[in-house]
Design a protein around this ligand. Structure first.
Ligand SMILES: *Cc1c(COP(=O)(O)O)cnc(C)c1O
Length: 392
């Protein structure tokens, strides 16, 4: 057999193999693991979306290849949604392209811009796709560490001029996975100005834009002129419990939309158009009602977990958005801490270093677990956590 391409050796090894092995050991002992480790909503998709798919699926017009850029009506729904939710006008033909989940389109956008030796700026900790796709494409990553003292907002003034001059892409993701940080419109204004100054494409990943516990989060495209330098990834996965459906969109900068389409037409053939129609159902109606109900669920879970961990002596912060809790471990060894929570309490979390070196020393807890399960996890942690926090 020939060797796989050397580009595969450029992406880091899978860090959690050890934890997965350990998890199987815990389960083999007969203890059920309560898992806070995966950011995948546990509740069902809105019934109206499912009903619409059932209605659409038999229609023969959906049984052929869909248009590469997404159906016209799905793209119009996305544009209508941006208008209602953010006051942003989008041309559904030239400034919107459908995605088979945003992960697909983020990956392909990187291939549309990054040649060997090109540079992406990736604030870290981060969703691993930005850096790993840049590396697969032969590019280089400038990791910009996000600091808790700065509210995990990337300090763009800390980027050296030669890096800014070389960079082609700057990734931002607010509300932020894994830290739960939320950016203001004023912050996005600075980012747009920075990208304009250095001729960088601003890539905003808005997967969690609907998921905040206080004020609504802005879109980067609300910044006047942002469409000249920015694209944004919108995803139906997280707000509407649709991770399995694979539906999202990239919107904004027209040339970038065209470049993404050029990669996609040669790579995939789009999402099943019946699924696109089902997605329109929630974008056109009931989106805000569904989103407020879900945010209420996550808020109750967040409060329960945050209060419970604090009562056990861990001074964890309260996230403002997303469905993650990001907490510093006392001795800085996130991997060892996660490993002991798993072995001693059957509670699985994600060690922060999986989101880049800057995540070392933190644990991510996904609130995709019922209140009953959170209560049970806290019960199991009653004896374990105080001892761990005391360093024994
Ligand atoms: C989950 C997630 C995505 C991917 O979402 P899909 O649309 O399901 O591909 C993108 N970005 C971030 C930050 C995520 O957490």
């Amino acid at each position: 057999m020939p060797e796989p391409a050397t580009r595969l050796t450029r992406i880091p090894p899978y860090l959690f193999a050890d934890l997965e092995r350990q998890r199987r050991l815990v389960e083999a002992r007969g203890q059920r693991v309560i898992s806070f480790s995966i950011g995948d909503p546990d509740l069902p998709t809105a019934p109206a979306v499912v009903a619409r798919l059932l209605q659409e699926a038999p229609r023969a017009e959906h049984h052929r290849y869909p248009p590469y850029e997404g159906t016209a009506s799905f793209r119009k729904s996305v544009a209508g949604y941006y208008q209602r939710r953010f006051g942003v006008d989008l041309d559904a033909d030239r400034e919107v392209v459908a995605a088979i989940g945003s992960k697909e389109a983020i990956s392909h956008l990187v291939w549309a811009y990054i040649d060997p030796g090109d540079l992406s700026i990736v604030p870290e900790p981060a969703y691993p796709v930005y850096a790993n796709q840049t590396l697969l494409a032969g590019g280089e990553v400038y990791a910009l560490p996000l600091r808790e003292e700065e509210g995990f907002l990337a300090d763009l003034t800390a980027i050296p001029d030669p890096v800014a001059r070389r960079a082609k892409l700057l990734f931002l993701n607010y509300p932020h996975n894994p830290t739960g940080a939320v950016a203001s419109l004023a912050y996005f204004e600075q980012a747009v100005a920075f990208c304009r100054r250095w001729d960088i494409l601003l890539v905003s990943d808005a997967a969690y834009v609907e998921m905040t516990f206080g004020a609504l989060a802005p879109s980067v495209l609300e910044v006047p002129g942002a469409k000249e330098v920015a694209v944004e990834f919108y995803s139906l996965s997280k707000p509407f419990n649709m991770t399995g459906w694979r539906l999202g969109a990239m919107v904004g900068q027209e040339a970038a939309v065209a470049a993404l389409k050029a990669v996609k037409t040669n790579t995939d053939s789009g999402q099943f158009s019946a699924i696109q129609a089902a997605g329109e159902e929630i974008l056109n109606e009931g989106a805000s009602a569904f989103v407020s109900a879900m945010n209420g669920v996550y808020r109750r879970r967040r409060d329960l977990l945050v209060m419970g961990l604090r009562q056990l002596g861990w001074a964890v912060p309260e996230p403002r958005g997303t469905f993650y809790l990001w907490a510093r471990v006392p001795d800085g060894d996130d991997q060892a801490f996660a490993s002991r929570l798993l072995a001693e309490a059957g509670v699985a979390t994600s060690p922060g270093r999986g989101f880049g070196a800057a995540g070392t020393g933190y644990l991510r807890w996904a609130l995709t677990v019922s209140e009953d399960q959170i209560a049970e996890a806290l019960e199991r942690l009653k004896d374990v956590l105080p001892a761990l926090l005391a360093g024994s």
